[in-house]
Design a protein around this ligand. Structure first.
Ligand SMILES: [Zn+2]
Ligand SMILES: [Zn+2]
Length: 225
């Protein structure tokens, strides 16, 4: 199967999403640093072979993927997590406030029911806690920033690549919904934290990749009330 990938920096690629894997998938990003690699989110899990073909198209051996960084529990980001954890033998990382719904296969809080699906429960190997934690890919630090609001345990992952600050914040746009346990005040504070990062590249879950700081700020501020 011929894969496709979008190069974001020489270490960061888009390998999944509606145009690359399956219509309902949120964006799946790949980070490749030295001998190790990581995926950001797992999509719905309906096209795992296509996803791995895209990883190969990015020039990355899937066996190097040791980490799956989950931004939040929603099905369009986690439906494929259990399969990838088994198939790649990778460690799944998520915030403790969302981990319970991923491990429990909670179809309401993960919005799996919105997709007419059930979430395959997936063990979380590393639970993030508190406002910030550092995850290492080899010697490269990646900051995990707790940005609650859209979900209780939403996380943005922040790394420096090619001299630029890259933020994987996924569902910056929301939505907020009671069945997702969303919190409007938390969400507004989290948007401000994202602005304060002064990122050069914002990788969003459904709205694409923003590369200019003015564009990033305009996008984030459009959700601030
Ligand atoms: Zn999403
Ligand atoms: Zn979401």
């Amino acid at each position: 199967m011929d894969g496709q990938a979008v190069t974001i920096t020489d270490e960061v690629f888009l390998v999944g999403g509606p145009a690359l894997t399956a219509a309902e998938d949120a964006a799946i990003y790949l980070i490749s640093v030295g001998e190790t690699a990581a995926l950001i989110d797992a999509g719905c899990g309906r096209q795992p072979d296509r996803l791995l073909a895209n990883v190969a198209a990015a020039g990355v051996d899937a066996e190097r993927i040791k980490t799956l960084l989950i931004t939040h529990c929603h099905f369009d980001h986690t439906g494929g997590a259990a399969h990838l954890r088994e198939r790649l033998g990778c460690q799944v990382v998520a915030h403790e406030l969302d981990a319970r719904y991923i491990e429990g296969g909670d179809d309401q809080v993960t919005a799996a029911t919105w997709y007419g699906a059930r979430l395959p429960p997936c063990p979380v190997d590393r639970r993030l806690a508190g406002a910030t934690e550092t995850v290492h890919l080899g010697s490269r630090p990646i900051e995990a920033l707790h940005i609650p609001g859209h979900s209780p345990g939403s996380v943005a992952y922040v790394m420096e690549s090619a001299g630029q600050i890259v933020v994987f914040a996924q569902d910056v746009h929301g939505p907020l919904h009671p069945s997702l346990l969303s919190d409007h005040a938390d969400y507004q504070r989290s948007l401000q934290r994202l602005i304060d990062l002064e990122a050069d590249i914002l990788c969003e879950g459904h709205f694409g990749i923003y590369r200019e700081r003015s564009e990033i700020n305009r996008f984030i501020r459009s959700f601030m009330t």
